[in-house]
Write a protein that binds this ligand. Sequence first.
Ligand SMILES: Cc1cc2nc3c(=O)[nH]c(=O)nc-3n(C[C@H](O)[C@H](O)[C@H](O)COP(=O)(O)O)c2cc1C
Length: 161
Amino acid sequence: MLSAISNRRAVRKYQSKPVSENDIQALIEAFQASPCAMKQTDDLRGIVVTNEEFRQRIEHSTNNSCYGAPLLFILTTKKESKFGERDSSVAAENIMLQATALGLGSVYIMGGALVLNDDSDLLAELGVKDGYEVSVIVPVGYAANKTTGEDRSHRYHLSRK
Ligand SMILES: Cc1cc2nc3c(=O)[nH]c(=O)nc-3n(C[C@H](O)[C@H](O)[C@H](O)COP(=O)(O)O)c2cc1C
């Protein structure tokens, strides 16, 4: 298995140390390389947040759902899109795997994404376009603790025929 896949673990506590610009660019490339359904490239839009004031307002609005991470990828999708949740999920995984490969932690956040959708003022200030909603947030940063995890080798039921 690729080491980024096996090493990726949900990280829920971050150091305040910022992510370097080089690493942010590598994460953006990973986002842009994500699978896209039916060439509907406008169904998914991303916002990269490093601005401290925005970061804190997002934490406040979402009850600290982003766990203090210094970098947030906010993935928004067209409300009526058939593909939005899927496009945003595969993009989130690309970002998380690239983060792992860079020695960074990350986590897929759905709960905070749903809550953020109730804060229309903040969404407008973040530049979320009318007709779009937040689907996933991916906080990224240096993990505060060494991440050890459960055995995932049998997480899901899988049959073979
Ligand atoms: C659809 C989806 C929604 C999730 N939403 C949240 C969330 O809102 N908050 C959170 O802390 N983790 C969230 N997670 C992360 C899972 O809790 C995490 O993947 C799970 O605990 C397994 O751990 P692992 O990622 O280290 O294998 C979500 C994951 C998925 C796939």
